[in-house]
Design a protein around this ligand. Structure first.
Ligand SMILES: CC(C)(COP(=O)(O)OP(=O)(O)OC[C@H]1O[C@@H](n2cnc3c(N)ncnc32)[C@H](O)[C@@H]1OP(=O)(O)O)[C@@H](O)C(=O)NCCC(=O)NCCS
Length: 177
């Protein structure tokens, strides 16, 4: 039984743009992250963008947005894009856990679900990009076996500019204990 089951949470559900208001509600409970990334709170447009923000050469149907629900609404979301930048490489565009629920194993648990879901559909590697200033998340990903691929940026995020660390994990083995 995963922590999420133990916590009476449900998921994953595949989310669509119709869930954007719920996503915004989760984002409001994660204001720490949006202040770090953007220097301002998230808006409904940001929540809608989660479903459409894919690279030019991909389509929104290549991305799956998964959500987990708890007593207070959405407690976590993760968005993964298939076969980008090449076949077999899947890109974890975003993952966030309700700030009040962090540090209890939920992030690790939902990542595990996302990874297994991607492997079942042909993923051989997962990549993601973490803001250089987001040291806590970088430590989280490294604890899951991610290693640095390269640094990118700077890129503009509303009122902020960031370099990001692109991390990758080759699949086929178990998650580190
Ligand atoms: C990053 C994030 C998803 C992790 O979720 P979480 O539920 O807090 O993580 P977990 O409780 O599952 O932690 C898993 C492991 O990472 C470690 N970890 C988590 N947060 C950490 C932190 N701030 N510093 C150091 N290690 C951390 C935990 O110790 C744990 O290791 P263990 O299993 O060996 O004990 C969550 O903190 C979050 O939503 N952050 C804001 C959004 C964000 O930064 N998203 C990532 C964008 S790239």
């Amino acid at each position: 039984m995963s922590f999420l089951d133990a916590a009476s949470s449900e998921g994953p559900f595949v989310l669509t743009e119709h869930d954007a208001v719920d996503v915004l509600d989760l984002y409001a409970r994660c204001i720490d992250y949006f202040m770090l990334q953007d220097g301002e709170p998230a808006t409904l447009a940001d929540a809608i963008e989660l479903f459409w923000d894919v690279p030019e050469e991909k389509s929104a149907v290549d991305q799956t947005v998964m959500g987990w629900r708890g007593e207070n609404g959405l407690m976590a979301v993760g968005a993964i894009l298939r076969d980008y930048p090449s076949n077999g490489v899947w890109y974890l565009g975003f993952m966030i856990v309700d700030a009040a629920a962090r540090g209890k194993g939920i992030g690790r648990s939902i990542y595990d679900v996302i990874e297994r879901w991607a492997v079942d559909r042909g993923a051989q590697e997962i990549r993601l990009a973490v803001l250089e200033v987001n040291g806590a998340a970088e430590r989280f990903w490294r604890s899951l076996g991610y290693r640095e691929l390269r640094r990118v940026g700077p890129d503009t995020f509303k009122a902020r500019s960031h370099h990001r660390v692109e991390l990758c994990r080759l699949l086929g083995g178990n998650l580190p204990a």
